[in-house]
Design a protein around this ligand. Structure first.
Ligand code: DGT
Ligand code: CA
Ligand code: CA
Ligand code: ZN
Length: 591
């Protein structure tokens, strides 16, 4: 993606370019420090709550954290010419094909650089051939084992892709976790890594166990012979890795019980959070690693003979003058500042959700009747269901004509009467997921719109409009007083399709200013609103709702994934609509 010189820069685009520089530097065998500096600035810009163009216009880029003169000049150059000279030079040096090699597990930039230098190859298929004919194995420092590993990894990559959705990872992790947790010798066990942090896509699954050394072997026996395991990738004294069905890698690590807290913190990550934690330790003449928190020795190294007494993650945070940081927030996006001053963040808990908003029935493209959806909600302990079938323009999804809407209202009234008579304490709200039409208007005349308890407004067509047109469209939809919730704002499908090009910071501001919520679509394909905009949302008081977008009764439990993302985005119950009781919610909807 090169910006046409007439199209304005966006925060994401600048971040993308800087990340590209960092990756290419590594592949070109350059100094890691420089690569890391670019990566840091990229991440900072991604999380920026305002438009980078302000800094470009005012020449104030160096006011931003971590931006030195040289990176600032790179960004000014990008803004001015559409190009960054250092990036252009790197691209000439590093063939594009090599970048895909980074996804091969066990292939760091150094190995890639070496193989490329040696054989002059750039494509994965060429690499595959060189592994098969023994050329890679013959290189110094490689060997047959490495070559075989590379081959396996390529095979797997081509079959499955390198990351998976949160629900897929959760299912596999839970099956293995359940089998291991009761085993003799397992003193503590936890999921770690990106899954514990509730990231929207997962590379591999990490599980950590506290056990005595003599119990490790039996625990690994059970793990590596689990029914989901298709291949054992490695087995050692403290770590074993397997490939499961559907191509996911699972790492299980066993540590000494007294090291569990520090190891759990380390392997939960993120790497960026760990870097921040180690710095805080150093600032206090301590060192933190996966084995524990220790005093520094005279040379500034780790004095393993002088551990600091810290038996839990909370203890470690406390010793570093921080409140306990919930795993979801460990992304180095503001948690250090917050927890240096606060004990807690009061994030949403799944149990605080009192009702379901955004679900479909057989009236449009759902698989269950309204009654079935309502009863499933009751069984799960919810107090209300905000039913939102598709609107009339969404013909492909069985969108409701005005007659159908009126018929649905009758059915809902009848069901509500019945529930009331039977003392169920459950209510169905009349909602609709209205398409946002091309010009930003909603999909029914006002006299129909006013009959709904609430309207979710979503874009389902022309997702590819240019940013300016897209924003105009959303602005009009948000300013429409009937719109109460914006549905899946970008329309992305994780690992499949990127979302619309919109300025989410501006969208959040618009929604907050108009007292309109933006949902966190909890369907694991979407998880849209993206948690990375959480700080902006917090700053302007944006409301959200955790919406399963359920098309079947099973889909209702997806709210667990939405809750994880809401926590990652710093949402507490007071900014989540479906933590309200039905009367309060109706009031909010009535505006
Ligand atoms: P993933 O698997 O790509 O979805 O992401 P993670 O975060 O689960 O990453 P993974 O599995 O490579 O490593 C698990 C955690 O271990 C990671 O979040 C932080 C820690 N860790 C691993 N390698 C490093 C490292 O080189 N430096 C630091 N500081 N931490 C690391
Ligand atoms: Ca992982
Ligand atoms: Ca891992
Ligand atoms: Zn939708």
């Amino acid at each position: 993606m090169t910006p046409a010189s007439d199209s304005p820069l966006t925060n994401n685009l600048v971040a993308e370019k800087l990340n590209e520089i960092s990756t290419l530097m590594r592949l070109a065998g350059e100094n890691d420090f420089k690569a890391i500096a670019f990566e840091r600035v990229a991440r900072m810009i991604e999380g920026l709550d305002h438009d980078i163009n302000e800094h470009i216009a005012n020449r104030t880029l160096t006011d931003l954290k971590g931006v030195g003169k040289s990176i600032a000049d790179d960004i000014y150059a990008l803004a001015g010419t559409g190009e960054i000279p250092v990036l252009t030079a790197l691209k000439e040096r590093v063939p594009a094909g090599l970048i895909t090699w980074l996804d091969i597990s066990g292939m760091g930039p150094k190995k890639i650089y070496k193989i490329h230098q040696e054989f002059g190859i750039t494509e994965i298929d060429e690499l595959k051939a060189k592994c098969e004919d023994g050329s890679v194995a013959a290189l110094p420092g490689m060997g047959e084992k490495t070559a075989q590993k590379i081959l396996k990894s390529i095979e797997w990559m081509q079959q499955f892709g390198e990351r998976c959705r949160l629900d897929e990872a959760t299912e596999i992790a839970e099956a293995i976790f359940d089998e291991l947790k009761g085993l003799e010798g397992v003193q503590q066990i936890s999921v770690a890594g990106s899954l514990r942090r509730s990231l929207e896509t997962i590379g591999d699954i990490d599980i950590l166990i506290a056990a005595d050394e003599q119990d490790a072997s039996a625990i690994f026996d059970t793990f590596t012979s689990h029914e989901l395991v298709t291949e054992i990738l490695g087995r050692g004294d403290t770590k074993s890795s397997v490939r499961t069905t559907r191509g996911r890698q699972v790492d299980v690590r066993i540590v000494k019980p007294e090291q569990f807290a520090a190891a759990l913190m380390y392997f939960t990550g993120s790497k960026e959070h760990n870097v921040g934690m180690r710095q805080r330790a150093r600032d206090r003449k301590l060192t933190l690693n996966e084995y524990g928190l220790f005093h520094m020795d005279a040379e500034g190294g780790t004095d393993f003979d002088r551990p600091v007494d810290a038996a839990s993650e909370a203890d470690i945070y406390k010793k570093l003058d921080l409140g306990f940081v919930p795993p979801e927030l460990r992304e180095d996006r503001g948690e250090f500042d917050w927890f240096a001053k606060h004990d807690r963040a009061d994030l949403l808990e799944e149990g605080e959700l009192r009702g379901i908003l955004h679900a479909h029935s057989t009236y449009s493209d759902g698989k269950r009747s309204i009654r079935e959806m309502a009863e499933a909600c009751m069984d799960l302990g919810y107090e209300y269901l905000g039913l939102t079938d598709h609107s009339r323009t969404a013909a492909y999804a069985g969108g409701l004509s005005i007659e159908c809407v009126q018929q649905q209202w009758k059915e809902i009234d009848a069901l509500n009467n019945e529930f009331e008579k039977d003392g169920k304490g459950f209510v169905i709200l009349k909602g609709i997921e209205s398409d946002i039409l091309g010009d930003g208007s909603l999909d029914y005349p006002d006299d129909i719109l006013k009959g709904f308890d609430f309207v979710i407004a979503s874009v389902h067509s022309a997702l590819e409009l240019p940013r300016g047109k897209m924003m105009d469209r959303f602005r009009r939809a948000i300013e429409n007083p009937y719109t109460r919730i914006v549905g899946h704002p970008t329309g992305r499908l994780l690992l499949r399709r990127g979302g619309s090009d919109i300025d989410l910071n501006e969208l959040i501001q618009l929604a907050a200013d108009n007292n309109t919520a933006i949902e966190i679509n909890a369907n694991p394909w979407r998880l849209d609103l993206d948690w990375r905009y959480g700080l902006k949302a917090r700053d302007c008081g944006l409301m959200t709702a955790i919406c399963p977008d359920a098309h079947d009764t099973e889909g209702l439990t997806d709210v667990r994934y939405g809750t994880g993302i809401a926590r990652k985005g710093w949402f507490g119950r007071e900014r989540v609509l479906n933590t309200m009781g039905v009367e309060q919610l109706k009031k909010w909807f009535a505006g």
